[in-house]
Write a protein that binds this ligand. Sequence first.
Ligand SMILES: [Zn+2]
Length: 351
Amino acid sequence: MTRKMVGLAAFMVAAAWACSGLMPEPVGDPRSARMVTGPSGDPGCDAATLVSTGGAFPKNPNILAIRWTGYSNFELAFNGKVILLDTYFDRGSLFPALGFKAADVKRADVILLGHGHVDHMSDAASVGAQTGALVVGAPVTTEKLLTQKIDPKQVRTVTGKGGELLQFPGFTVEPILGRHGEPPKDVTEAFQNALKPFAKGATPEQAKERAEIRSRGTNDPRVIAEGTIAFLITLDNGFRIFYRDSGGVVTDYERAAMARIGRVDVGLIAVSAAFLHSLTSQRAVEHIRVYRPDVYIPSHHDAENDGLWRATEPLFRAVKETNPSLITVSRGYREPVCFDTENSVQRRERH
Ligand SMILES: [Zn+2]
C-alpha cells in the first residue's frame, strides 16, 4: 500500500466514525452513553486520580464522584468533601497495584471503617494521621486502631445500635449494625484447595511484608456479630448512599433503618465470599431487596494475583432479575463514576 493509500484508508475510517456518531445507537449498546456524551470534560469525573491524592473535585457541587480502590475501599468526593470508606491500600506485592499508596492519601474529612479485618483497616492509622480526618468504627475496630499511631481524639467508636447520627457540614452518617459474612467453610476450603497448586507462593520477603500488613488488622471473633457496621450516608440535598463492606446476612438493625427510610440512591455493597455464584447471588439479591438502591456497585471482588476473584456478572444478572430497572456498575481501580445528586429517590418521592 502506498503512503497515499494509507492516508486515504485512515480518512475513510475517520469518516465512518464521524458518520456513526450521527446514526442512532442500537438500544443497549454499552458504548452508546460514552459515544453520545464523550468524556465529560470535567477531570473530577474523567480522571483516574483520587481527590484524596490530589485529583480534582467535580466542578458542579451537586455532582458526586465515586471511585473504587480495591476490596471495599471507596472514595466519595463532592462539594469540597471527601469521605473514605475503608483503608486497605498498601496490600503488598502479591496484589495487583492500585496506582497509589497510602502515603499519597492526604485529604479526607471522615474515614468510615466497616470492620477491623486487615483488608479493611490496615492503613487507617497512617491515613487518619496524614489527613486529620475523624476515623469511625465499631468497638473491636477502634480498639485495634488505638494500638497504632493515631491521635485518640480523631477516633470515634460506634455500635450501630441507634442514636449515633454523625453530623458533618454537607452530610450525615448513620452507623447501622450489620453482620460479617459467614461463607460455608466446606465450599470455601474446596475452592482454596483447588487453587493451591497454581499459586506462586510468597517469597520470604513477601511473607514478611504480608505479616507486617496483617498486624494492622484484627482477627477478634467479635468482628462477626458486633464489629461490622453498615453506614448510611445522606447528603444535605437528600441523596443517599448505603455502604456495607462485608457480604453477611441483613440484620434487624438494617431492616429497621430501611423500613424507616425506604430506599437509597446508591448501594456500595460487598460481594459475599461464598465463591459459588448461586450463593453469592442469593446474598446480593437479599441485599438489594432490603436496601432497594437505584444503582448497585459491588465491592470486595478483587483478590491476590493468584487468588480467587469474585465475578460480578452472575450477580448482575441475579439482581436485575429481582429489579429490572436496577443499574449495575463495576469499575476498574480509581475509574470514577459520577452522579447528579439533585436526582435522588427522596426528591422524586417529594414531587
Ligand atoms: Zn472481613
